[in-house]
Design a protein around this ligand. Structure first.
Ligand code: MN
Length: 322
C-alpha cells in the first residue's frame, strides 16, 4: 500500500494524465473522475477522461460531465494512467484496448476485491467511496475543494453509501460530507437530481421488474428481461439501483437481480445487508466482484440456469445461516 504522498509526487512531476474508471459508471466513478479532472486542471496539468460508457442522465448536472470522452484523439500523449474506482484493469471495459498500459499506472480505489495492479496504488477498503480518497488527496495537496468539486465528490459519497444507509457509512463519510456542504453545495438539490429525475418509462419498467419478485429462504429475486425493455419506447435505461428494492422487504438477507443482456448473457446484481453475508465472495465465484453488500457478475446462460447456479452456491455457502 503506497501512501497518498507518492501519488501526489506523481501528480506534481507529470503533466499529461489519462483518467479511467469502470464501465456502467455510477455516482462515485463519475464524481471522482470529475473532481480529479478539475483539480488537475487547476494545477495547470492536462487531464483527459476516457470511459467506455456514457454518463447516465442523472449525473449530467455535474459540471464538466461532457469532458468524459469515449475515444482517444489520435496522437494524444500521456505519461500517467489513473484508474479510479476500478478493482481490476478489465473493469474499465473496452477502452483498455486504447490505452498503453506500459505507462505509469496509478490505482486509486476502495473495493476490497481490488487486484492491486499498477505501479502506484492507494486502495483503502475503509473508505466509503473513491470520492472520499480524492477528497483527502486534494486537501493533502493544499488546494481548496471549491463548490464544483464538492458537488462531484458529494454525489460519489451519497450514492456509494446508498444515501448514508449502507454499512460503509462512517463518521468520516459524514464529516467529509459536512465539509463538502460547507463549500456551498445544496444537498437537497443534488439528491433531487440523482434520485428524482426518473423518466416515466423507468417507473413503468420498475413496476414490471418488481412484479416478478419471488422469495425463498431469505433470498429475494427479481428479473429484468429483454421483453420488458422492448415493451417500453426507450431502449437505454438506467437500471442501477433496481436490485436495492429487494432488500426493502423485511427478512430478506440477499437480493438478486437477473438482467438479460443483448449479448445473450445474464448480468446478476447481488445485494446484502452485511452481517457476514458477503455477496462479493459469491460473485467472485462467477468471475465477478464488488463489495460485501453490493456485487455483480455475468453468466453465459439463460436466466433460469443462472438462478439455479447462483441459488445452489448460496445454499452451499451459507446454508442455514440465512
Ligand atoms: Mn465506488
Amino acid at each position: 500500500m503506497k501512501r497518498l504522498k507518492e501519488i501526489i509526487n506523481i501528480l506534481e512531476d507529470n503533466n499529461d494524465f489519462l483518467i479511467l474508471s469502470h464501465k456502467d459508471p455510477d455516482g462515485d466513478s463519475i464524481g471522482s473522475q470529475l473532481a480529479l479532472y478539475s483539480f488537475l486542471k487547476e494545477l495547470g496539468k492536462s487531464p483527459y477522461i476516457l470511459n467506455q460508457d456514457e454518463v447516465p442522465r442523472k449525473y449530467r448536472f455535474l459540471k464538466n460531465y461532457n469532458r468524459i470522452k469515449h475515444n482517444l484523439p489520435g496522437g494524444f500523449r500521456y505519461s500517467v494512467v489513473i484508474f479510479l474506482d476500478s478493482p481490476t484493469i478489465e473493469r474499465v471495459g473496452d477502452v483498455r484496448k486504447l490505452v498503453d498500459l506500459n505507462k505509469l499506472i496509478v490505482n486509486i480505489d476502495h473495493h476490497p476485491s481490488n487486484s492491486y495492479f499498477g505501479n502506484c496504488l492507494f486502495v483503502d477498503p475503509n473508505s466509503s467511496s473513491t470520492a472520499e480518497i480524492i477528497y483527502r488527496l486534494i486537501l493533502e495537496m493544499g488546494i481548496k475543494i471549491g463548490k464544483e468539486r464538492a458537488a462531484s465528490l458529494y454525489a460519489g459519497i451519497l450514492t456509494d453509501t446508498g444515501r448514508f444507509r449502507y454499512p460503509n457509512t462512517t463518521p468520516r463519510s459524514f464529516f467529509i460530507s459536512a465539509e463538502l456542504i460547507k463549500e456551498g453545495i445544496d444537498p437537497s438539490f443534488i439528491a433531487e437530481e440523482v434520485y428524482s429525475k426518473k423518466s416515466p418509462q423507468e417507473l413503468k419498467l420498475l413496476g414490471m421488474v418488481l412484479s416478478t419478485f419471488t422469495i425463498s429462504d431469505g433470498v429475494g429475486i427479481i428479473d429484468l428481461t429483454k421483453e420488458m425493455l422492448q415493451s417500453i419506447e426507450k431502449k437505454s435505461l438506467d437500471t442501477e439501483g433496481l436490485a436495492d428494492y429487494v432488500l426493502t422487504v423485511e427478512g430478506i438477507k440477499i437480493g438478486l437481480l437477473f438482467k438479460e443482456q443483448n449479448d445473450g448473457k445474464v448480468k446478476v446484481s447481488l445485494r446484502s445487508k452485511g452481517n457476514g453475508v458477503n455477496v462479493s465472495d459469491l460473485a467472485a465465484n462467477f468471475g465477478g466482484g464488488g463489495h460485501e453488500t453490493a456485487a455483480g457478475c455475468v453468466l453465459e446462460c439463460s436466466i433460469k440456469e443462472a438462478k439455479n447456479r447462483i441459488l445452489s452456491l448460496i445454499g452451499k455457502r451459507l446454508g442455514r445461516k440465512l
